[in-house]
Design a protein around this ligand. Sequence first.
Ligand SMILES: C[S@@+](CC[C@H](N)C(=O)[O-])C[C@H]1O[C@@H](n2cnc3c(N)ncnc32)[C@H](O)[C@@H]1O
Length: 400
Amino acid sequence: MDLEEALADIAEMIADTSTLVRAVLSGKRRNMNPSSQRVDIRPVLLKESIVLHVMENDGIRTTAKNFLPSELNIRELLESGYANILAESTSRSLSARISKKGQALVHEEKKVAEQNLSHDRSKKRLLDSADPYLVKIGISDSAGNIKPSRQDKFRQVEEFLRILEPTLDSSLSAGHLSAPTAEKPLTIVDLGCGHAYLTFAAHQYLTKKSTPVHVIGIDIREESRLRNEKIAKELQIDNTIEFQAGEISRLPAQPVDVAIALHACDTATDDALAWAVKSGAAMILAAPCCHHDIQKQMKDSPQPWGIVTRHGLLKERMGDLLTDAIRAQILKLLGYRVDTIEFIAGEHTPRNLMIRGVRTGAAADPAEVEKYLDLIGEWQLKPALAVRLSEELSAVGVTT
Ligand SMILES: C[S@@+](CC[C@H](N)C(=O)[O-])C[C@H]1O[C@@H](n2cnc3c(N)ncnc32)[C@H](O)[C@@H]1O
């Protein structure tokens, strides 16, 4: 199929609102100036008729407008200079990539997709704000509405679960975790659980999805344990959720499937990660809080990093980056596949980074050991996590 045929075909796919799923136009053809950087088109049901919802982004702003197919000059739009054009219908997708020399690479694929004609495509809520446990733990008011002061925490918990769920599913299907049963439920430990918003939400969410769980919340504060235990009893779930008061660093290692930590303060996150590794957690999800340990050690920056650390604010951010990069690298050396992700948009919390580790048991790569040693050597650091895991690290060749 040549470009002319492909564009004609794509124009027809877009005009047919009974089967169109979406179309995307992006990039710029040489010497051409399309009106925006990207255009997203999808069908939307408005009152009785289906219209084309056209969203244009010029690199700064996004504007959206609805058109009846007859009102939109689709061919003109397709020929206005976009380098990548994709259209998907309910039965196939067709894409055209136009090179700098004006040559087209056309690709057609049969694939089944569903139309979503709803106007509001905001993210599906995972938690129902009126669920009685959210009222009990103080996230929602008695009418089932999220309290204004708890909106951010609710979002953090929900987004945390949004990552927990697929990570769990892929760990189960990859065999990193065995399928939980009533006799051997999935054990989840929430380290530094505080008021246990995440602890209860994880328990209730997975229970509702028929995943047998045993959840443990740990916090240094005895009053948290008392409060959380009382709520668990009232909800009659105290046979599958329990709370302990104590310092994470004093908690003996014990078999655990999933270790989670949401904003455990400073080195409490290192305590949580170290405990998870020593306990052989198959999955670790930790969203760190403040970072002081490494910042305090950043006295003599290796040059030329002094041009960063001479600025207090940048030094602080550099300290955060070094802390979490070192944590991720230590987990990697100890047999975890690790990534770092923003689990929630920054407006809900500036502490929005999550370290996610899935234990694969892969042996430490000597080149990665070298990189780690170079990094901490150059900055002359003694990371809190390395101190806590010194035996495990020395077993893989990290000796400092
Ligand atoms: C910022 S709060 C976060 C609480 C909860 N995870 C949340 O997101 O709502 C940090 C919690 O960690 C607890 N904590 C701090 N250091 C601790 C330690 N070494 N051992 C156990 N808990 C600790 C504090 O008591 C506090 O409840």
